[in-house]
Every structure is written in C-alpha cells, then in structure tokens.
Design a protein around this ligand. Structure first.
Ligand code: HEC
Length: 201
C-alpha cells in the first residue's frame, strides 16, 4: 500500500510542477510582451553589402568569375570534382549520352548541340551567347536553374569559385585541342563587371 501512496505523491508532484510551468510561462508572456511594438526598438545594423544583396533578391545573384583562376586551376582536382557529374555525363571522346549529353569538347561547343541528345526547350532557346564560353559555363555550373530557367539538368550547382575553376579546367582538357585560356584583359573585365554588379550598379 505504501508503495502506491508514494507513487501518487510523485504523480501529484509532477502534475503540480507542470501546472506551475504553464502558469509561469503565461505570466512571462504577459509581462514580456504587453503589446506589439510598431517597429523594432533595437535597430539592427545591416552592413552595406548585405542590404543590397537582399534588395536584389528578385534576380539571380552575380556569380564570381573564374577567368583569372583558370590558368592556375587544378585539372586533377577538377577531374575528382567531375565525379559529381558522372551519374549523368560522360567526358571521354565519343562517350555515350546518359541522363545528360556527353561533354567531350564542351568548352566553346554550341549549346544544346550534341548529336542524339534530347535537350529541354529551355536549353534549346538559350542561345546568348551561343557557345559554352568559360563565362557561361561558370554561370551555369554555379546554379544551373538560375542561369537557364527550366533546364532539365537537375543539379544544385557548385558554390565555390575555385571548385568551378578546377572543373572547367578539367572540361577544357577533355578536348582534341583545348581552347585558349582567357587573356588577362578578359579576366580583368569579368572581375570588374562582377565587382560592379555586387555593388548594385
Ligand atoms: C542529375 C543529372 C545531372 C548531373 C548530376 C549533372 N548534369 Fe549536366 N546536364 C544534365 C542534363 C539532363 C542536361 C541537359 C539539360 C537540358 O536540356 O535542359 C545537362 C547539360 C549540361 C551541359 C550543357 C551541355 C550541352 O551540350 O549544351 C553542361 C555543360 C553540363 N550539363 C555540365 C555538367 C557538369 C560539369 C556537371 C557536374 C558538376 C553536371 N553537368 C552535372 C544532367 C546532369
């Protein structure tokens, strides 16, 4: 008998603690939030860059260029990175189309042009510029669905500029004769355009 009495006491204790917690939280709510304030009392300082980024939420963010990184990019690291693509793409000469088209010689290849691959209408319509330049590859690989709305390449993208540079250097190497690297002037122009876009201009 005494054991069940002990049990009851414990149960009552837990119940009382629960009620106490409920009541105190209600009281705390009432004390801390007597009414909604019309605006934040404590102004949160937003750094310049962040403010302009959120103001531009409607469009795709400017993509950090890779032209300047290509000359010193790591082709072997790019080949490793390309394992992410291998579920859908082959890279070797006359490799098969899989879920995505074969990518041999894709640098400066006309977009949506590989024999025997059924591209999406979005990709076919996307012809500016017509070829897969280093810059358009960079923009596409950063976030495919941002660059070509409606592409059926179901891939999140490669966020880090140096990773994209390695990948693109690998793509460049997979060709009969690799395309020339961008000139320092082109690289600088791309960097300047990026800085300007980031600053909101
Ligand atoms: C889940 C499958 C998938 C993955 C993973 C994937 N792709 Fe694709 N990729 C596609 C498909 C599908 C297309 C065709 C898109 C369309 O028609 O809209 C495509 C198209 C492309 C094209 C355009 C080719 C052309 O002939 O115009 C490039 C370049 C490309 N992918 C590169 C890559 C790279 C590099 C990676 C890895 C970082 C990658 N893809 C990962 C499925 C994939």
């Amino acid at each position: 008998m005494s054991t069940s009495l002990e049990g009851n006491k414990i149960l009552a204790g837990i119940l009382a603690a629960g009620i106490f917690a409920m009541v105190t939280s209600k009281v705390a709510d009432f004390v801390v939030h007597p009414k909604q304030l019309p605006e934040n009392v404590y102004k949160i300082e937003v750094p310049e860059g962040m403010a302009s980024a959120s103001a531009k939420d409607t469009g795709p963010e400017p993509v950090e260029p890779v032209l300047a990184l290509l000359a010193s990019a790591d082709v072997a690291a790019g080949e490793k990175g390309a394992k992410k693509c291998a579920a859908c793409h082959t890279f070797d000469k006359s490799g098969a189309n899989k879920v995505g088209p074969n990518l041999f010689g894709v640098v400066n290849r006309t977009k949506a042009s590989h024999d025997g691959f059924n591209y999406s209408d979005a990709m076919k319509a996307f012809a500016e510029p017509k070829e897969w330049t280093y810059t358009s590859l960079n923009n596409f690989l950063h976030k495919p669905t941002d660059y070509i709305k409606g592409t059926k390449m179901n891939f999140a993208g490669v966020k880090k500029a140096s990773d994209r540079a390695d990948l693109i250097a690998y793509l460049r190497s997979m060709a009969d004769s690799p395309s020339p690297l961008p000139s320092p002037e082109e690289a600088k122009a791309a960097q300047d355009a990026y800085e300007k876009a980031k600053a909101g201009g």
